[in-house]
Design a protein around this ligand. Structure first.
Ligand SMILES: *Cc1c(COP(=O)(O)O)cnc(C)c1O
Length: 238
C-alpha cells in the first residue's frame, strides 16, 4: 500500500509539473492539497513521511480528530489542514484558528459568524469564497452575481477574515475538458473582484483528480486531489 501511495503521489506531482510547464507557469505557484476525507489517519502519516504537508478535509469533526492525533505525534495540526467542505455557521468557533484556510465561505451569515468567532478567539482566518460557477440550484457556493457583495461585506465588516481568493466545484467532474469553461469563468470572476475591491485575491482553488490538468492550465493555484493519490474513498471511517 505504501509503495502504491508513493507511486501515485509521484505520478500526480509529475503531472502537475508537466501542466505547469506546458502552460508557462511556475510549479511553485501551484499547491497540491491532498484530500484525505474518510481515509484513516495512517494515510496522512504515510504522506507526511513522503514529505507532504498540506491536506484537505471536508468535515470539521473528522479534521479536528485527525489534527489532534497529528499534534500528539508532534506536528502542528492547524497548519496542515484546509477545510474544503460545507460549513455550518454554528461550527464557526470550532474552525477559526484551527485550519490554515477555509475554502467554503458562501454567505454573508457564514462570513459574519466566522468574524465573530475570530474576535472571540483573538485570531484571524484565511478564507476563500466558494462560487457556484454552474449556477446549480442545490449546490453550495455563492452565486457569481452575488460574489462582489459578499467580498465587499467581508472587506468592510470582517477585519479578522483574510480573503485570499475563490474556490469552485464545477457541475461536471472527472470530465477534464468539460470543466475547463467553469475554471476560466472562476478566473475571470476573480479578476473582476480584484479590480473592484482592490484586494489581490491571488488564490484560485480549483481542479480535482479528473480535471486538475485543465484547472492548472486555467490558472489554479491550489488543486484538491483525493482519489488519484489516496485511492477510492472508504464509505465512512475515521
Ligand atoms: C472530495 C473532494 C475533492 C477530491 O476529489 P477527488 O475526485 O477524489 O480528487 C476535492 N474537492 C472537494 C471540495 C471535495 O469534496
Amino acid at each position: 500500500m505504501k509503495e502504491e501511495l508513493r507511486d501515485r503521489y509521484n505520478a500526480v506531482h509529475e503531472a502537475i509539473v508537466q501542466a505547469a510547464r506546458t502552460s508557462g507557469r511556475s510549479v511553485s505557484d501551484i499547491a497540491l492539497l491532498c484530500v484525505t476525507k474518510f481515509h484513516p489517519i495512517s494515510v496522512i502519516f504515510d504522506l507526511l513521511a513522503l514529505g507532504h504537508r498540506l491536506f484537505g478535509e471536508n468535515y470539521v469533526q473528522e479534521a479536528r480528530e485527525k489534527s489532534r492525533q497529528l499534534e500528539e505525534a508532534g506536528f502542528d495540526g492547524s497548519s496542515l489542514f484546509h477545510l474544503i467542505g460545507a460549513l455550518q455557521r454554528k461550527k464557526a468557533s470550532q474552525v477559526v484558528g484551527n485550519f490554515a484556510m477555509v475554502h467554503s465561505v458562501d454567505s454573508q451569515a457564514l462570513a459574519l459568524a466566522l468574524e465573530k468567532a475570530c474576535v472571540q478567539k483573538a485570531c484571524t482566518q484565511a478564507i476563500l469564497l466558494e462560487v457556484n460557477v454552474g449556477d446549480e440550484a442545490q449546490k453550495a457556493g455563492v452565486n457569481p452575481k452575488d460574489a462582489q457583495a459578499l467580498a465587499e461585506l467581508i472587506q468592510g465588516q470582517c477585519p479578522h477574515l483574510d480573503l485570499q481568493g475563490l474556490m469552485c466545484l464545477p457541475p461536471v467532474f472527472d470530465a477534464g475538458e468539460a470543466a475547463r469553461p467553469y475554471f476560466a469563468s472562476l478566473r475571470t470572476l476573480r479578476d473582476e473582484l480584484a479590480t473592484h475591491t482592490g484586494l489581490p485575491l491571488p488564490v484560485l482553488s480549483m481542479g480535482m483528480s479528473g480535471d486538475f490538468i485543465q484547472a492548472i492550465e486555467e490558472g489554479a493555484t491550489i488543486v484538491r486531489i483525493g482519489t488519484a493519490i489516496v485511492g477510492p474513498r472508504p464509505v465512512r471511517a475515521v
